[in-house]
Design a binder for this molecule. Structure first.
Ligand SMILES: Nc1ncnc2c1ncn2[C@@H]1O[C@H](COP(=O)(O)OP(=O)(O)OP(=O)(O)O)[C@@H](O)[C@H]1O
Ligand SMILES: [Mg+2]
Length: 330
């Protein structure tokens, strides 16, 4: 029989989703059974192990990528998650939505493109105001493509020493080949500031240059996304290095209704006067409208309502507007 230590190791490998470790421990248990003369048990265990191995080397066509778990130094630089977000959860300007659908379509057919010496667009710059859906886009692309979302932590990346920063950047770009995923450099302006600005520190310029070199040299199968609020401070040289620049903005006239209908789809909304809602919500970001919808939903649940009224939605939006305007004047 397996020892307590072996059982613990088996469970640990299950928790860590470490298939190799699971098989190693299983083989130890089988070998031990054989040594103890439990031939039948040893044989049964080996057969099970062989079957497990066969299944784990099945071609991965159409399957999701194995769990990515940044280890060692990478663990401080990359945060992995597995979003379920889809593009239909988002409301976007037509041009942005078209660009994203095109990214998905090309990525899904990358083999076909490659066989003709072409490549799918994978390197995207997302530009727009706070709460417009840039980070959510990274989650939606990952969710749609069943890839891990690998958020690169710029605070961990940028150190006082250029050499160190460049080698960390290399570590991240090197990971893009074995660990296919959506790599997001959020708040990219931290490294993407205009290289020509007179007060620019030489260090940042060099960091940006090495980022650009890595970006250009990259021929992995990963998606690389950089997101920023500050279009104006970004270096024009950057725009050239990306396959596409996707622009985000405030919700358009009909977007508030569309977003509210997505967010409140578990309630009846046929009594809502959308004109009134739109008037109150004008000027709010998508994130703020989404937040107000969640507040309205919460109130409805607590009051056992199955309908959302105009008043309920309007007062949640007003509350959001007042919070935003007080924080903006701080
Ligand atoms: N276009 C959108 N469609 C649907 N929901 C959205 C959209 N934009 C934002 N949201 C909602 O607001 C939340 C916050 O948005 P997100 O973090 O993507 O904004 P951001 O553009 O990355 O902002 P920041 O510049 O502050 O990082 C999302 O998780 C989502 O709930
Ligand atoms: Mg963001």
């Amino acid at each position: 029989m397996a020892t307590a230590e072996q059982l613990k190791a088996l469970l640990r490998s299950y928790v860590d989703e470490d298939g190799d470790q699971f098989l190693t421990v299983s083989m130890q248990i089988a070998a031990q059974a054989a040594r103890r003369g439990q031939g039948k048990l040893a044989q049964e265990l080996r057969e099970l192990i062989d079957e497990a191995k066969r299944r784990s080397v099945q071609p991965s066509v159409g399957k999701s990528v194995p769990i990515a778990r940044p280890a060692g130094e990478l663990a401080d630089l990359i945060q992995a998650s597995y979003p379920k977000t889809q593009l239909v959860d988002m409301v976007l300007a037509d041009s942005a939505m078209q660009s994203l659908k095109r990214v998905l379509m090309e990525y899904r057919q990358q083999e076909k493109l490659r066989s003709h010496g072409m490549s799918a667009r994978r390197k995207l710059l997302l530009v727009g105001p706070p709460g417009s859906g840039k980070t959510m886009t990274a989650a939606a692309l990952a969710g749609e493509l069943k890839l891990p979302l690998l958020g690169v932590r710029l605070d961990g990346l940028i150190t006082k020493f250029m050499g160190e920063t460049a080698s960390k950047l290399r570590l991240v770009f090197d990971a893009m080949i074995p660990t296919r995923g959506v790599y997001l450099f959020d708040e990219f302006d931290a490294i993407g500031g205009d290289r020509g600005r007179p007060n620019d520190v030489g260090e940042m310029r060099r960091v940006l240059n090495s980022f650009l070199q890595f970006l250009e040299a990259d021929d992995s199968n990963s998606l690389i996304l950089a997101a920023t609020n500050h279009h104006e401070i970004l270096d024009p040289a950057l725009f050239r290095r990306f396959d596409d620049v996707i622009r985000y903005g405030l919700p358009e006239a009909d977007h508030i209704e569309r977003l509210a209908k997505i967010r409140l789809n578990m309630f009846r909304l046929n009594r809502v006067h959308w004109d009134e809602v739109r008037n109150v919500a004008t000027g709010l970001s998508y994130a703020e409208v989404a937040r107000a919808c969640s507040e309205a939903a919460k109130t409805a649940v607590l009051r056992d309502l199955t309908d959302i009224s105009t008043d309920l939605l309007v007062s949640a939006l007003k509350e959001r507007s007042s919070i935003t305007s007080t924080t903006n004047t701080d």
